[in-house]
Design a protein. Structure first.
Length: 181
């Protein structure tokens, strides 16, 4: 169960579970984040298999991602390979390298939470379905937060990934920074 938003305030859930950064070179970024801030180790998925749509139309969102622990939150490093149409590419390549791409939150009901945030002025910019069938919404919060908002239901499968990443960090000695999954 996720922490619900505070009544009368933002529809954004209270607990931030992940911060993601756009990076030009995934493996190099993993090593840099490990060395400079102690994040890691990183579980890397190359060319993640997702079905994306942008404003109801089919879209291309080819990316690789690395997941590591950074203090109390998961850190995701994102390397974009292809992102179309141009209007979606503009949103997802909004940040210069090594800048915030998105902030992620678990929600109990994806559609209700997404609609509440849209009503507060955060437009839905991409919907995707992962290879495991998980639905994800990205909302444009660049003007307010400097990045996007990523929402997904905190399913047992997804929470398992978060738990695994946190457990790997627990007694990590700084070696074996990049691990492919």
């Amino acid at each position: 169960m996720s922490n619900p938003p505070i009544p009368g305030l933002s529809a954004l859930p209270r607990e931030l579970v992940q911060i993601a950064y756009t990076v030009p070179d995934l493996e190099a970024a993993c090593h840099e984040w490990a060395a400079k801030v102690g994040a890691g180790p990183f579980l890397v998925r190359r060319h993640m298999d997702v079905q994306a749509s942008h404003h109801g139309e089919s879209a291309v969102y080819d990316h690789s991602a690395a997941f590591g622990q950074w203090g109390p939150v998961m850190l995701e490093l994102v390397e974009l390979h292809d992102c179309e149409p141009a209007s979606m590419n503009e949103v997802f390549r909004h940040s210069a390298p090594n800048q915030v791409n998105h902030y992620a939150y678990f929600v109990d009901d994806l559609d209700v939470s997404s609609q509440a945030l849209q009503a507060q002025g955060f437009p839905l910019t991409m919907e995707l379905i992962s290879s495991s069938g998980m639905r994800v919404h990205f909302l444009d919060a660049r003007e307010t937060l400097g990045g996007l908002i990523e929402l997904y239901v905190g399913s047992e499968h997804l929470r398992g990934l978060y738990d695994k990443v946190a457990a790997l960090h627990e007694n990590w000695d700084g070696s074996d920074v990049v691990r492919y999954i």
